[in-house]
Design a protein around this ligand. Structure first.
Ligand code: SF4
Length: 320
């Protein structure tokens, strides 16, 4: 899964943005159509090309900035699809450009299969959403974009909504989930990502940071709503910080270089083999105060899948 950044600039200004503060936004000359085609060609011929997940060969995450703001976005998408006709292309986009219906239709037509679009949502109203995107009009455009994707996506193309779990996001969580269940019940997947405090986000650290356990408590309060989505997932959570009944929602997606295992993880934890470990930025910025080895087995069945390790859990509340 190479993360393939295709455009460094962005048309929203999320408080949690992990893009680099220096030496990124103004480097558009490194992202011309020819430069990007060269990267695709290098990657296809086996050269080391991408910073993140270069060794993965089965799919691309198109990232930015905002990929759809690239002036040649549709040409780049067509080129990748031609060169890799069977690879999953996952587009990480804030969704605003899909407010232009023709752009949504053409993107879905060019991308073909397999194709996924992941769009972040922050709140159930313009005021709440834009308190995090910090861009007037972005709520209206992103929600219009989602509706156009529902209309124009081809069978098998998936739409995912991403919720980046920060302290400021938690204030709007309950209302946002009600809104998504009412307005976008067709969405294929809702992903809750525990924040990574990097890049631009570091300057807002005091407003953003909370512990994984606090974050998981907000999610657990919405347990019944989570069950109503077609597919709800928690990314970047250590198992010991999450109430056991939420474990079936946990997916392990972090790159190995981003995580570590502490002494107690290695020597005492009963679920070390199922756990993603501890994110290094969580140790650096939050001190990881709630990481503690799990000493006894929990009422769960394991799946054997390292990415989605827990198949089922008893529904009773079982707090660590
Ligand atoms: S103690 Fe370590 S290995 Fe065990 S669940 Fe927590 S983070 Fe994971």
């Amino acid at each position: 899964m190479p993360d393939f950044p295709i455009w460094p600039q962005c048309n929203i200004a999320c408080v949690f943005c992990s893009n680099p503060v220096e030496g990124f936004r103004h480097t558009t000359d490194k992202y011309t159509l020819d430069e990007l085609k060269k990267k695709v060609s290098d990657y296809k011929s086996g050269l080391r090309t991408f910073v993140k997940f270069d060794e993965e060969r089965d799919y691309f995450n198109l990232t930015g900035g905002e990929p759809t703001n690239h002036p040649d976005f549709l040409k780049i998408l067509a080129h990748i699809r031609t060169e890799f006709p069977r690879n999953l292309i996952r587009l990480l986009s804030n969704g605003r450009m899909f407010a232009y219906e023709d752009f949504a239709r053409r993107t879905c037509g060019i991308a073909q299969l397999p194709f996924e679009i992941a769009v972040p949502m922050f709140g159930p109203t313009a005021a709440t959403h834009e308190s995090i995107s910090r861009t007037p009009g972005s709520f209206e455009q992103t929600t219009a974009g989602l509706r156009h994707l529902a209309e124009h996506r081809r069978p098998g193309q998936l739409v995912e909504i991403r919720i980046i779990m920060t302290k400021v996001q938690a204030r709007w969580l309950d209302g946002l989930l009600d809104f998504l269940l009412a307005e976008f019940p067709w969405v294929d997947r809702v992903v809750f990502l525990f924040e990574e405090i990097e890049g631009f986000a570091e300057q807002y650290k005091s407003q953003l940071k909370f512990t994984q356990s606090e974050c998981a408590a907000h999610l657990d309060r919405n347990y019944e709503k989570l069950k109503r989505f077609k597919d709800a997932r928690l990314y970047h959570f250590s198992l010991c910080t999450v109430p056991t009944r939420l474990w079936p929602f946990v997916w392990n997606t972090l790159a190995g270089f981003k995580v570590t295992y502490q002494e107690g993880c290695r020597t005492k934890c009963a679920y070390k083999d199922q756990c993603v470990g501890v994110h290094r930025s969580y140790i650096k910025h939050m001190g990881a105060p709630d990481i503690a080895p799990i000493l006894a087995e929990r009422p769960v069945t394991l799946s054997g899948d390292p990415y989605h390790p827990v198949a089922t859990a008893e529904e009773r509340v079982f707090q660590p």
